[in-house]
Design a protein around this ligand. Structure first.
Ligand code: ARG
Length: 463
């Protein structure tokens, strides 16, 4: 005979290997607060519509408070025989309050229950992650402000292209994380929908009030179709895709930090408290935090792929496959949240080496485009100006000097349009200041972008 809550029609006990294999308690125990909250809302609603008496509903709600307390104090042992968090809570409730506890599951199923729990949990993770993302954006805005005047050789194809403000570079990440935050906010609307009431798949015969439950739990909508409500995991896939994008952004950032801290670049230094040493090479200071963050991104991409593949073969409605949704999802939520937080703690301690960046920008003929633009302003078509400057660069390269060190005579031999005023154009500062339009790297524009970003962040954190 089976002792299971569902054991009525079973003549034999579950194989011990099967019991361990099918149990999910080690993973879904983290849903305990949401599970209890959802059960309390369900019980209150059953009380209001008269399926339970008021005193039964009250006893259940109070008993669930006690279960919550016991779990918080690690006093409830988790066992595979009780499968998952839902069974643990219900069985402990019944131990505490007696047979009334057995009425809690009236008009619902674990299928709509687990979907409800997971949505509640996801919603609160999104809210936490949004706070962490906003903080990271603020860190970048602060860094941008500190480094507006610092000149970084901007790269395309990993080759020196044009000089940019280091602050401008920081603000690029503010934009990336802004889109990430918007995606999470948008996903939140689709997360925040109540599945409870769908029961196993078809709804229930009891006169439930789903809007009452939704209001109690802060859901903005009630799932319209019971079959969809129990089987849908779009919200998990969607949030995972959004998390993946954040992880990819963090990985790109980590890659830049790693390159910039390496000796051949030497652009920055990261704080000792966020680096580690080598067990054999005494001189080493490694950017391990950035490397691990870059590494985590692969894991998060894997979590998304696992979830997509988990869903692709599933017919309506609930299938036990769905139990596998949590481990990867929780992993991605954990990894991304930690990565965002640790990046936000590390970056305020980043130190730039402006002289090194400057030297690299100068060596790389970063103001060549400025010279071409100068010739255009003097009347030469851009394509011809491009050719003239190309020759000038070749000439300077042969002598191993920068464009700004070329004598005026030699420049004039390449184009009679060139005059003494060219040297102003060839400075790094002149190059930056000249890109003075919305989105450009001129320090004036970067400062304006910082003001706009601060206003946006203030508005969002008060919303
Ligand atoms: N532990 C299950 C899950 O995570 C709960 C739902 C189980 N439902 C069922 N009919 N066996 O999906």
């Amino acid at each position: 005979m089976s002792e299971k809550m569902w054991g009525g029609r079973f003549a034999a006990a579950t194989d011990s290997l099967v019991e361990a294999f099918t149990a999910s308690i080690q993973v879904d125990s983290r849903l305990c607060a949401e599970d209890i909250r959802g059960s309390q809302a369900h019980a209150r609603m059953l009380g209001k519509v008269g399926v339970l008496t008021a005193s039964e509903a009250e006893a259940i709600v109070a008993g669930l408070d006690q279960v919550r307390q016991e779990i918080a104090e690690n006093r409830l042992p988790f066992v595979d025989s009780l499968e998952d968090i839902h069974m643990h809570v219900e069985s402990r409730l019944t131990e505490i309050i007696g047979d009334v506890g057995k009425k809690l599951h009236t008009g619902r199923s674990r299928n709509d229950q687990v979907a409800t729990d997971l949505r509640l949990y996801t919603r609160s993770c999104l809210d936490d992650l949004l706070v962490s993302l906003r903080h990271l954006q603020t860190v970048f805005v602060d860094l941008a402000e500190r480094e507006v005047e610092t000149i970084l050789p901007g790269l395309t194809h990993m080759q020196v292209a044009q000089p940019v403000s280091f602050g401008h570079h920081c603000m690029a990440y503010v934009e990336m994380f802004q889109r990430d935050a918007q995606r999470l906010q948008d996903a939140r609307k689709r997360v925040n929908v109540l599945p409870l009431g769908a029961a196993a798949l078809a709804g229930t015969t009891f006169p439930i009030d789903r809007w009452d439950v939704a209001r109690q739990l802060g859901f903005e909508a009630v799932a319209e179709n019971s079959l969809d409500a129990v089987s849908d995991r779009d919200f998990v896939m969607e949030v995972l895709a959004d998390l993946t994008m954040i992880a990819v952004h963090l990985s790109r950032l980590a890659e830049e930090l790693i390159l910039w801290m390496s000796a051949p670049f030497g652009f920055i230094d990261l704080p000792d408290s966020f680096c580690t040493g080598s067990s054999i090479m005494p001189q080493k200071k490694n950017p391990d935090v950035a490397e691990i963050i870059r590494g985590k991104s692969g894991r998060v991409v894997g979590d998304l792929v696992a979830m997509l593949v988990l869903m692709k073969g599933q017919p309506l409605t609930y299938n036990r496959d769905n139990q596998e949704d949590k481990e990867t999802f929780f992993d991605a939520l954990d990894q991304v949240r930690t990565s965002v937080e640790i990046m936000g703690r590390m970056l305020p301690g980043l130190k730039t080496r402006p002289q090194v960046m400057r030297a690299q920008a100068e060596r790389g003929y970063a103001t060549a485009t400025d010279l071409a633009d100068y010739l255009v302003r003097k009347g030469l078509p851009f394509r011809d100006a491009h050719a003239v400057v190309g020759k000038a660069v070749r000439c300077a390269q042969e002598r191993d000097i920068g464009l700004e060190a070329m004598p005026l005579d030699d420049l004039q031999a390449l184009s009679p349009l060139i005059d003494q005023d060219v040297y102003q154009v060839l400075t790094l500062e002149g190059s930056l200041a000249a890109r003075n339009h919305l989105g450009g790297t001129a320090p004036e524009q970067v400062r304006a972008a910082i003001v706009r970003a601060r206003a946006r962040l203030a508005q969002e954190s008060s919303a």
